[in-house]
Structure formats: structure tokens, C-alpha cells
Design a protein around this ligand. Structure first.
Ligand SMILES: NC(=O)c1ccc[n+]([C@@H]2O[C@H](COP(=O)([O-])OP(=O)(O)OC[C@H]3O[C@@H](n4cnc5c(N)ncnc54)[C@H](OP(=O)(O)O)[C@@H]3O)[C@@H](O)[C@H]2O)c1
Length: 290
């Protein structure tokens, strides 16, 4: 099993002291429908994870709320004992209800339990990176993160977490977190068509902090845009490839975690993200979210 491929598109980035490939993998889609329960094709899910590592990907994004527990258990089954170079980034701050909703779970005891569950289900003694997931399914919500973030900082001091990040956060919450403890990444919704974080991305780039867009391909409703389709057709590429390549061009601190439950899509995305884009292509694509 190969563990590192310098030829992955985008090269590498360093989260604190942890080097990751900028092309990562988002594991959410491996659970069952609505991110609840086991996948219909369990062997297929395990194969996607093994293929990600074989392709040289060293950054997997997950959460114990996926399934719940299922996605982390699949990661452990497919990849444990983990290659030395593999970094698993998880998030806490939301749980699941019986309807498949994602209610917040940010009381100190919720967060301690979630960190324990991540450690147990992933089979780890320390979590590489833990994001505090804020807001709700509609997006970030204003308000102080001091109490939950201080709880995570305490778990970090106890050695259970190596690095911290925030997710679904406003710029004010990012600043508030940084005043409490260093962060290595921000994981918010961002893609060609949803560019509300443009200023935040540039600010974080200047501070050496990674920006990790979730829903890089549009999430549950894949990106649709006539301009994207036109650029892709001209380049003889798929719209997904162009969307990923655009993100890699957008800023050096952007790390990709596209999700897929398909080995074929994973290979296609890795190959496509290296697509060269000219200044003209970029200008046309920039107008989509403008
Ligand atoms: N922090 C948060 O609140 C939060 C929220 C959502 C997600 N996330 C993280 O972000 C990651 C990425 O988000 P996501 O997976 O929901 O959305 P995404 O990466 O934007 O899109 C995934 C969807 O695109 C499809 N897809 C992927 N490659 C394709 C291809 N080459 N051709 C056609 N369709 C393709 C997948 O279907 P197939 O399975 O058929 O390929 C899947 O339905 C997640 O895995 C998760 O780790 C975080």
C-alpha cells in the first residue's frame, strides 16, 4: 500500500506540524442514505477508503456523527493500523436525532463524549485535528464559541487532540477561537457558486491557516452552472474536475475534501483536479459566484 504520492494535484500543506496532501477525501458519503446507518455497499465503502490511501491521499475528513459512528468504524476497518503519513480530521459539536437531523451538542459533556467516541471508533489515542462545528444545517450563526472551544482546548492540553479548528463558523467566531487557542483550519461551505467566505480565505491564507471547503462539489445537490458546463466542454473535462481544479487555483491554503462513495469517481476527481486552467478560464469561472 503506497502512503504518499507527491504527484497528487495541489501538492501538500502543513496543519500545525502535520503534512497533508491538499487533495484529501471527505468520508461523509460512506454512511447510509441521509448519512444514517450502514452503507448499502459495505465492501464498496471499504474499497473507496483503501483506494484513497493507495492514490496517496493523506487527509481524510470525518465525524462520529456520520452514521452515527458508522463512517469512523469503516475508516478503522479499512485502514487501521493507519499509515504513518495519514491524518484523520474529525469534528464535534453536532449529534443525530431519530429523524436524521443534526442537533447541536456543544455542552462540555457532549464534547468530551464526542471526542471519546471518535477516539474509540477510529482506534486512536490522539485525534490529529478536531473541528468545533458551529451553527446549524442552514449555515453559521453568530454567537460566542468561548465555552465549547475552551472545552476542546482543555482536551488538547490533556493530550487527546493535537490540533484544533472550527467549522460552519463566522469570521468573528474564527477570530474568537484564535484568541483562545491556535487553530490550524477552518471548514466552511464554499465552492464555485457559494463564495461568501472569499475575504476569510484570503485572510487565513496570510496567517498560514488552512481553509477546507465542505460541499466542494455542491454537496447533496451537485453544482450546476451553464458557465461551468461550457468551460468543462471547452477543456474536454467534467464539470466536477473543473470545480476542483478551480478550488486548488483559488488559494494555496485551500484543502480539498470531496466526497464520493465510488472508486471510479474518486479516481476521476484525483485525475481531474490537476487540470490546468488559463487566466481566461479562471475569469469565466470567477463570474459564477460573483
Ligand atoms: N463541517 C460540516 O458541517 C460539513 C458538512 C458537510 C460535509 N462536510 C465534509 O465535507 C465533505 C465533502 O462534502 P460532501 O461529500 O457532502 O459533498 P461534495 O464533495 O460537494 O459532493 C459529494 C457528491 O458529489 C458526488 N460526486 C463526487 N464525485 C463525483 C464525480 N466525479 N461525478 C459525479 N458525481 C460525483 C458524490 O456522489 P457519488 O457518491 O455517487 O460519487 C456525492 O453525492 C464530506 O465528506 C464531509 O467530510 C462537512
Amino acid at each position: 500500500m503506497s502512503t504518499f504520492s507527491p504527484s497528487l494535484p495541489g501538492g501538500t500543506w502543513t496543519l500545525g506540524d502535520l503534512t497533508v496532501t491538499r487533495f484529501g477525501y471527505g468520508a461523509m458519503q460512506l454512511a447510509g442514505p441521509g448519512v444514517m446507518g450502514p452503507p448499502a455497499d459495505r465492501d464498496g465503502a471499504l474499497a473507496v477508503l483503501r483506494e484513497a490511501v493507495d492514490l496517496g491521499i493523506t487527509h481524510i475528513d470525518t465525524a462520529d456523527a456520520y452514521g452515527p459512528h458508522i463512517t469512523n468504524q469503516l475508516i478503522r476497518e479499512a485502514l487501521h493500523p493507519y499509515p504513518d503519513t495519514l491524518r484523520i480530521v474529525t469534528k464535534v459539536g453536532a449529534t443525530r436525532d431519530e429523524q436524521g437531523g443534526w442537533p447541536p451538542a456543544r455542552e462540555p459533556e457532549d464534547l468530551r463524549r464526542a471526542v471519546r467516541h471518535n477516539l474509540d471508533n477510529l482506534g486512536l489515542e490522539t485525534l490529529d485535528v478536531v473541528n468545533l462545528r458551529l451553527g446549524d444545517a442552514q449555515g453559521p450563526r453568530p454567537g460566542s464559541l468561548a465555552e465549547p472551544f475552551e472545552t476542546l482546548a482543555e482536551l488538547q492540553r490533556q493530550g487527546l487532540i493535537r490540533h484544533l479548528g472550527v467549522s460552519n463558523a463566522t469570521a468573528d467566531q474564527v477570530a474568537e477561537a484564535r484568541a483562545i487557542a491556535p487553530i490550524v483550519c477552518v471548514q466552511n461551505m464554499y465552492n464555485l457558486a457559494h463564495r461568501q467566505d472569499d475575504d476569510l480565505i484570503d485572510e487565513l491564507a496570510g496567517q498560514g491557516i488552512a481553509y477546507v471547503p465542505f460541499f466542494p462539489l455542491g454537496g447533496f445537490s451537485p453544482l450546476q452552472s451553464s458557465a461551468l458546463t461550457a468551460v468543462a466542454a471547452r477543456l474536454d473535462a467534467t464539470p466536477m474536475s473543473v470545480a476542483l481544479a478551480w478550488l486548488l487555483h483559488r488559494s494555496p491554503n485551500i484543502l480539498l475534501i470531496p466526497g464520493t462513495s465510488s472508486v471510479a469517481h474518486l479516481r476521476e476527481n484525483v485525475a481531474g483536479a490537476g487540470l490546468p486552467l488559463s487566466d481566461g478560464d479562471l475569469a469565466e469561472l470567477d463570474k459564477i459566484g460573483g
